[in-house]
Write a protein that binds this ligand. Structure first.
Ligand code: HEM
Length: 516
């Protein structure tokens, strides 16, 4: 009885101290009142963009929420967020991300500055080079032809008209293309996906790198689910009955994916180490494997601080981040473009006209990087679709130095969430912001708007894959609209997505028919 009474007194005292501290906190911002221990996590709707939108309507452009006991400052205006993009920290000290094993490895969520900048430097050198962009245009075309061959076999509507789940096909495509571009490995995702969705008319799968590779995509989605879960769920909740099952499932999935990638890396390491020839492959995986070895194909990448070979585990973390970064973002962007063009026939017609003008009348001809670079209206369509549908609607950053924002001082290591969707749709920055209008990007666009466009983030952690993404998206859009008439199956519903750290588009059906 005494023990019970003591527990109650302890709890009441804890709650009293918690709320005393909360109501007398320094530099308070408006925001929903947190609960002890879990903060505002129980109010979270599962979609960071929508959650922030709801709170912005109540509390204005700057407010605070609590993830567990950690204060998070939310910013919804470009002028507030601007300087933060130069901070190299995405998060600071997050026990969830530590448990998920991503806070000091790879690039995406790595908060260890030294480790992040070293790996980023190596990958940046490869994937931002003009040669890599040129090869992206080539590999995208080869893979697109393979996908077209499989589409032709589908027999679901009538003759040449096919109904396909565009989001499903494209996430297989962008995964395979990213994997190939980084490693030269093929996983045959498209064939595996085709066979899984057309079991009555299967094709032979060439010997591939990842068995049943199409299901790897589901595992990759679960990694985002994991990052989302571990970032936001306080330890006490993660370990509580009912929720710990989710934690275990997500950790198991991560281990499964890690093992597959580690096997691929170790096989390539053996090949590289046993080779007596000069290494002539220049892909990112080979680059990583040769750093600080006698076969090093990188010029002056390592420095005095980094004198050892890079471990398989570190390479795996960076390759996994690039596969994560390059798969659903690019596929989602393509769905968004097809969706907005489907709702805006005038703009679609204008884009198709540009394709015909730049690419010429031979619909079987190869497309060159030069031609892709000339597609200005297509580029504007990309920008406009991504303004309205940013794949990463909320960006996270922590400040490395104390900062002053809108008259408020924040100590170093404060966690911020930046509402990209609010910035992309604010009437303060954009005329008629909810209208799909690619022309706002052409005809001498107001340079101010570029400062309020964050589809690829900004500052030191800006997306390193943006050149690859643009080349891939524009090449696919060109091949698709040059050769096909495209119709949305559902012309009413909004684009369907699941938010897990990024928006993952799903079940987006279109009808395609070869153009006359
Ligand atoms: C349309 C496609 C893409 C979109 C919309 C996109 C968007 C973004 C955004 C918003 C960020 C956060 C940037 C910031 O915090 O400032 C990011 C980071 C990142 N992206 Fe992309 N991305 C795309 C394609 C790619 C591709 C193709 C790759 C690689 C093959 C890639 C790899 C990464 C990586 C590794 C990061 C983490 C960078 C860091 O923290 O240092 N992304 N991306």
């Amino acid at each position: 009885m005494n023990y019970f009474l003591l527990s109650i007194i302890g709890l009441v005292t804890y709650i009293a101290i918690f709320y005393y501290r909360y109501f007398t906190r320094q530099n308070p911002l408006p925001g929903p009142i947190p609960l002890p221990i879990v903060g505002n996590v129980l109010q979270y709707t599962g979609d960071a963009g929508k959650f922030m939108e709801g709170l912005r309507l109540i509390y204005g452009d700057m407010f605070e929420i609590y993830l567990g006991t950690k204060r998070v400052v939310c910013l919804c205006r470009s002028e507030m967020a601007g300087k933060l993009f130069n901070s190299p920290l995405r998060t600071y000290s997050n026990d969830g991300l530590d448990e998920f094993g991503v806070s000091s490895k790879g690039v995406l969520l790595n908060s260890n500055y030294d480790s992040w900048s070293y790996h980023r430097r190596i990958l940046q050198k490869t994937i931002s080079s003009p040669q890599f962009t040129k090869e992206t245009v080539e590999s995208t075309q080869a893979l697109f032809r393979e996908m077209e061959g499989l589409w032709k076999r589908i027999d679901n509507i009538d003759g040449d008209v096919k109904k396909i789940d565009f989001a499903g096909w494209l996430s297989q495509f962008t995964f395979e293309n990213t994997l190939f571009s980084l490693t030269t490995l093929r996983a045959h995702n498209l064939i595996n996906y085709y066979n899984a969705t057309n079991p009555q008319n299967k094709v032979v799968v060439p010997e591939g790198t990842i068995p049943n590779s199409h299901s790897f995509i589901e595992s990759l989605k679960m990694i985002f689910e994991g990052a989302h879960f571990f970032l936001l769920t306080p330890k006490l909740l993660r370990n509580s009955p009912g929720i710990s099952g989710t934690r275990d499932r997500l950790l198991k999935n991560k281990a499964w994916m890690s093992n597959i990638l580690l096997k691929l890396i170790s096989e390539r390491r053996t090949q590289v180490e046993n080779s007596n020839e000069k290494i002539d492959s220049n892909d990112l995986l080979t680059r990583f494997l040769t750093v600080n070895t006698d076969k090093d194909i990188n010029k002056n990448i390592a420095d005095d601080k980094h004198t050892e070979k890079i471990s398989d585990d570190d390479i795996k973390a960076t390759i996994a981040d690039l596969l994560l970064g390059g798969t659903f973002t690019t596929a989602g962007m393509l769905s968004a473009i097809v969706y907005y063009l489907g709702h805006n026939p005038k703009e679609q017609k204008r884009m198709v006209q540009e394709l015909d003008d730049v690419l010429g009348s031979d619909r079987d001809s190869n497309i060159t990087l030069d031609q892709v670079n000339k597609l200005e209206y297509t580029d504007a369509v990309f920008k406009e679709a991504s303004r309205l549908f940013p794949n990463i609607p909320v960006n996270i950053r922590a400040n490395a130095e104390p900062s002053e924002i809108a008259g408020h001082r924040f100590p170093a290591k404060t966690q911020f969430m930046i509402d990209i969707e609010a910035i992309h749709r604010s009437p303060d920055y954009w005329n008629d912001p909810d209208t799909f209008n690619p022309d706002r990007w052409t005809n001498n666009p107001d340079p101010k708007q570029f400062n309020n466009y964050y589809q690829f983030g900004g500052g030191v952690r800006v997306c390193p894959g943006r050149k690859m993404a643009l080349a891939e998206v524009k090449t696919i859009v060109a091949l698709l609209y040059r050769n096909y008439d495209i119709e949305l199956v559902d012309k009413v519903s909004p684009l369907n997505y699941k938010y897990d750290f990024i928006k993952i588009v799903q079940e987006f059906e279109i009808k395609i028919k070869p153009r006359n």
